[in-house]
Design a protein around this ligand. Structure first.
Ligand code: UDP
Ligand code: GLC
Length: 421
């Protein structure tokens, strides 16, 4: 269990937050970890980190470069957290930015190295959970003489990142990251293809199956009423943040060919540049004449229940998904899933047995897969049951936490052997 030390969420640049003396060495064998993330938003990578720190068996702290709902969730869980606000330039830099934004970003990132290195003095290892965090950690780790583990959640290809951005990520990793944790084989392969030479291990996200208790039929009905979704219609749900590459538009385009099917979109635009996509989706629904079959629920925290209020969970990403927590969650909710045949989704779903895979961006194929599941309820139920059993076995949260704790222990031991203090 994480030792709750103090819950500090306050904006400051220079204050250091020492680990409390009583807690140092409090848990037998697990190294003390400084977790770093650049964002305060609640994306999949942050939900993964939340699960990890909640269950991490040793002493740990979370240092964020921005405030927001992620910081609040950590604070509510009594996890020792600090928001270290950097320059606004740093926080405004986009993933696909060019050379000008990259220079501004570099200056912002450099300002964070000192405070992070000071904080790291009280930890055995730095765990970076995002690309900006990894760049800062690679420098701070050298300074503080601490090993750095980067948990990479992104596929480093042109689909997602500019060339400069990929170069910066791989250079930081090769130079200053001790070990890379990839969230899928697809993510690890793309890292290596981009020139990454850091030793790496694939650890899939684990999801707590206990968060998915079966929902009583009357609760499902009341959820549908709350969402304004008719009770007697088939519904396909997409449970992803609203962003063009998450492909909500593909489900909209599939609707005209699947009479009666409604679409439920759960999620909101979380990152800069995605806000206008919401308006685009609404106007696409009008143009396609399906507006009365489309429902937007916004960001919700009751995903396990909402998934049980739909007939099919659809994953529609148009670029390879690095992992895809929502696919595993759909399986744990015992719903048939249809996912895009690319990236991590292919490592999660066995086509025809635990779900269906369709080509990225192909609305006709998606429509056919949805029609098939709706018109063959017994086959859909069999697939959902097989998916459920598979997800429980292969994506257990305890297993993920154990693998990561073991890896951190090994990294720290090897570092101590190489550089005795
Ligand atoms: N999610 C959520 N509320 C929403 C929409 C999504 O909590 O309204 C969660 C979802 O349950 C999943 C995560 O956000 O755990 C998204 O993770 P995923 O790996 O699927 O994609 P990402 O957004 O990280 O690329
Ligand atoms: C990222 C990826 C997503 C993955 C999540 C957790 O946000 O986009 O595919 O599931 O991290 O690893």
């Amino acid at each position: 269990m994480t030792t709750p030390l103090s819950k500090t969420v306050e904006p400051t640049v220079s204050d250091s937050l020492p680990f409390s003396p009583d807690s140092i060495g409090s848990s037998l064998n697990a190294p003390r970890v400084l977790f770093l993330d650049h964002t305060g938003a609640l994306g999949g990578a942050e939900l993964y980190l939340l699960d990890l720190v909640r269950q991490y068996p040793g002493d740990c702290r979370v240092l964020l470069f921005d405030d927001g709902p992620f910081a609040t969730r950590l604070e509510n869980e009594n996890i020792s957290t600090r928001v270290l606000q950097g320059s606004s330039q740093l926080l405004n830099v986009r993933k696909d930015g060019g050379i000008g934004t990259a220079l501004t970003a570099s200056l912002g990132l450099l300002q964070l190295v000192g405070p992070v290195a000071r904080e790291a003095q009280n930890a055995d290892v730095i765990f970076a959970n995002s690309q900006k965090a990894a760049i800062v950690a690679s420098l701070a780790g050298h300074w503080a003489r601490r090993p750095v583990v980067w948990s990479l959640h992104d596929i480093l290809t042109a689909d997602h990142f500019s060339r400069l951005n990929r170069w910066a990520a791989v250079t930081a990793a090769n130079w200053g990251v001790t070990h890379l944790l990839a969230n899928s084989k697809a993510t690890e392969d793309a890292f290596k293809t981009s020139g990454g030479r850091t030793p790496s291990t694939v650890v899939y996200n684990g999801i707590d199956a206990d968060d998915f208790p079966p929902l009583a039929p009357d609760r499902i009905q009341s959820l549908r009423m709350e969402l304004d979704v008719p009770l007697n219609v088939p519904v396909a749900g997409v449970f992803s943040r609203l962003a063009p590459w998450k492909g909500q538009a593909v489900l909209l385009q599939a609707l005209p060919a699947v009479p009666d099917l409604h679409a439920l979109f759960v999620g909101d635009a979380l990152f800069d540049g995605d806000t206008q996509y919401v308006d685009e989706l609404k106007s696409l629904a009008r143009d396609l004449g399906v507006v009365d079959r489309v429902h937007f629920a916004g960001f919700r925290s009751d995903i396990p229940a909402l998934m049980q209020a739909v007939d099919v969970v659809a994953h529609t990403s148009t670029s390879p998904e690095p992992f895809g927590r929502v696919i595993v969650e759909g399986m744990l909710a015992k719903r048939p899933v249809v996912a895009t045949r690319a990236g991590g989704a292919m490592e999660i779903v066995t086509h025809g047995r635990t779900g269906l895979l369709v080509s990225a961006g192909d609305a006709s194929e998606l429509g056919r897969a949805l029609s098939h599941l709706l018109s063959h309820p017994e086959a859909a139920e069999r697939m959902a049951a097989a998916g459920h059993a598979d997800a429980r076995e292969r994506f257990a949260l305890d297993g993920m936490v154990q693998s990561i704790s073991d890896l951190l222990r090994r990294v720290v031991d090897e570092e101590t052997e190489l550089n005795p203090k």
